[in-house]
Each structure stands twice: as C-alpha cells, then as structure tokens.
Design a protein around this ligand. Structure first.
Ligand code: HH2
Length: 287
C-alpha cells in the first residue's frame, strides 16, 4: 500500500496546526487526552464505539467535556495480554469512516498505532500526533514516517512480559534511551517527543504503582510526560473492581501523576478527570 499524501489546506483549523504539541503544552495546565477505541476488544470499552456513528458521538462528547486532544485507536493493545493482532487493512477499515470526521471536530487527534502504514494514512487524514505503545521499537518504519511528517510522537514503554524482579524505573529509562536514539537517528526533533511509562504494559500491578510513584525520576529526560492509568488493572489489585468501575482509582492515579510531573493525562472519563484536575490545581494554588 502506498502512503497517502496530505491534501494541501486539508481540514485542520488553527487549533490543530501547525504545532499541536507546543500548543497543548502551552495551555498552562495538565492536558487531557480522551480515549476513543474503535475496536471490538479493548479491555474496558471494547465494542462500544466500533460503530462509526457511536465513535463520532463519543468524540463529540469528550470534546464537550473538555478533552484537549483525542487518541483514536483501532487495534486493542490489550495491556494484559490476549490482544488479537489486527491486520493493517482491518485497522485502516475501522479508522476510515471515523478519523476524518473526528479531525473535523477541531481538536488535535493522535493516532494510537504501532504500524507505520496506519500512522501515515491517519496523518494524511488529518491526525496530528502519533502514539506508539512500542516507542518506535516495533515497526522500523514508524520513526521515518514521524520524522518525514515532522509530527509529535508519544514514545511509550513496553515489554513483552512483566518481570517482577527488575527495577522498573531503570528498565523504563533504558527503553526511553533506546527509543530516543532511534528518534534522533531518524531525524525526529526533540521538541516533538513525549515520554510515557506505559502503565499496565509489561508491568506487574506493583510496578505500575511504582511507575507513578517514581514518575519524577523520569523528568530527568527533560521531555513532557504522559500518563494513562485509566481503568487499568493495578487499580483492581489495590481495590477490587471491574474495568468500568475503576473511575475513583483512575482519578487518584492521575491527580498524583500530575503532581509527579505528568503534562498529559490519557483517560476514558473526560468530564470527571477534568473536574478532578481542576480541583486539585485549585487546592494547590489556594492559601
Ligand atoms: N494505554 C492503552 C492504549 N494506548 N497509549 C499510551 N501512550 N499510553 C497508555 O497508557 C495507553 C496507550 C490501553 O488502554 P485502552 O486504549 O483503553 O485499551 P486497548 O489497548 O485494549 O484498546
């Protein structure tokens, strides 16, 4: 499949171009990224937004609730295993009726994919950011696509399997260093990079807690940090609840992540997260 080139002057308003990441980070408060899973099997909302009309409606809703950016994915990454690998054509087929319509809603859209071809096609349809849950280490072409298009990329830490015996922060740091080397060699500008410890990915629940608790250590990279703790299993380990009943735990994790230096929060529950972060910020500045 060939890469589709963007149409000149295509559907981007000035909220989504030319420098989406810088604009988001300049908001002067935590950035809220709403999750839109156009999948049958995502761990917490699989099947709910596979229908394009339902997906677009959910995107509208998240924007009305205060999302600053939407993260659209068409392949479940299934942090807890059991992901069914989705062929490129199927991932594109799921995105086709949704992506351009969501871009047209006027907030920047990130494409949650680990495949270069899907990323290129999504960028051509107006996506502004690439979110790779394998930190440029899975598909060798992805760094080139990001560099060529000069778009921001979210580099997320991941592992094939959890190893309870390792220092997870050391592992995350080594992974980030490898990803940053790949990015530099491809010509990706440093100001276009966001780092994400990958809560729930290749980590025991305890290591996910550690990744949030020791988030400040990851500030040493000097790059913005994203945390996505939304509905993840470590919450169930602390306070048993199925994925759709983990809002309280998600909010606790996200408030503490922001306190630890997270600039961007990835969440399924935008209204509640926006409210929690506003209240936390207000208390933080009250005297
Ligand atoms: N988590 C998920 C997917 N993509 N991307 C980043 N950068 N950080 C994350 O923590 C992250 C992510 C998993 O959540 P969800 O998209 O709801 O699940 P699924 O992968 O099953 O669709």
């Amino acid at each position: 499949m060939t890469l589709v080139r963007p149409v000149a002057g295509s559907a981007r308003d000035d909220k989504t171009s030319p420098d989406p990441l810088a604009r988001l980070l300049a908001l002067g408060r935590p950035v809220v990224m709403g999750v839109l899973n156009v999948t049958p099997d995502s761990f917490s909302d699989g099947g709910r937004f596979l229908d394009p009309a339902a997906a677009i409606e959910q995107a509208r809703r998240m924007i009305a609730e205060g999302a600053d950016v939407l993260d659209v994915g068409a392949e479940s990454t299934r942090p807890y295993g059991g992901a069914v690998a989705v062929p490129i054509a199927e991932e594109m087929r799921r995105l086709a009726p949704v992506l351009a319509a969501v871009v047209a809603l006027g907030v920047p859209v990130s494409i949650d994919t680990m495949k270069a071809e899907v990323a290129a096609s999504a960028l051509a349809a107006g996506a502004a950011i690439v979110n790779d849950v394998w930190g440029l280490q899975r598909d060798g072409e992805l760094a080139r696509v990001v560099a060529e298009r000069a778009v921001p990329v979210i580099i997320m830490h991941n592992r094939e399997a959890a190893d309870p015996s390792i220092d997870i922060i050391a592992d995350i740091s080594a992974f980030f260093s490898r990803s940053l080397d790949i990015a530099a060699r491809a010509g990706i500008a440093r100001q276009n990079i966001v780092l994400d410890p990958g809560i729930g990915f290749g980590k025991t629940p305890e290591q996910s807690l550690t990744a949030i608790a020791r988030l400040p250590e990851l500030r040493s990279f000097g790059l913005p940090l994203l945390v996505g703790a939304s509905r993840k299993r470590f919450i169930d380990k602390v306070s048993p609840a199925p994925p759709d009943q983990r809002l309280g735990g998600s909010i606790a994790a996200h408030v503490l992540a922001v306190a630890g230096g997270a600039a961007i929060i990835r969440t399924h529950d935008v209204a509640e997260t926006v409210q929690a972060l506003r209240v936390a910020a207000a208390i933080g500045s009250a005297r």
